[in-house]
Design a protein around this ligand. Sequence first.
Ligand code: ACO
Length: 191
Amino acid sequence: MDFPFDLNALFPERVSVLDNNLTAGQKAPGRPDPQIQIATVIDELGKASAKAQQLPAPITSAAKLQANRHHLYLLKDGEQNGGKAVIVGFLKVGCKKLFLLDQQGAHVETEPLCVLDFYIIETLQRHGYGLELFDFMLKHKRVEPGQMAYDRPSPKFLSFLDKHYDLKNSVPQVNNFVVFSGFFKSRSAAQ
Ligand code: ACO
């Protein structure tokens, strides 16, 4: 996804970590406020992700990111678009208080790190970019995929989790979140 401004100037790193401040680098003197351009990028990605998942409305927008304690990881390819870069995709995570059912069907109150939105541009899917972004997030958050909860994962994402992280057996829930069989084991070991 390209934009009519220099993404390499806006996002100096290959993966940028954005939070409610909507900043990714230093504000350069004489340049327009980067927050407005960053907000444009997030809003367009949020719309594209919603369309790809056939959601009625985006779950990711600049306004929502500003209002929550979420982290959004943004991946660019700095060489494309005549050196102005393209955005490859994004991954949004955040902690949520959840009531989940363990393998015995007992209610457990948890507050895991959740994957809330994940999108790679259509033409760039199945090239390993999703894995690059996901692995970056795992290292940044120091978390294992089995310790996380997944908000309404799409079939493509479930296939991704199975292929790359061997996550297959989900524990049935009554909400939209998916957790896998090791989730409750790793929790009790940590307590
Ligand atoms: N059909 C089935 N599985 C797919 C597809 C597809 N079209 N695309 C990716 N995958 C899965 C497969 O397991 C694939 O392995 P394979 O090619 O050997 O079958 C694997 O992902 C490929 O891994 P990557 O190349 O690292 O993944 P990618 O860069 O495509 O990113 C993602 C994965 C984010 C799910 C991407 O396909 C995408 O954006 N899909 C559309 C939006 C979406 O469904 N997002 C998840 C929403 S749910 C949530 O966020 C909680």
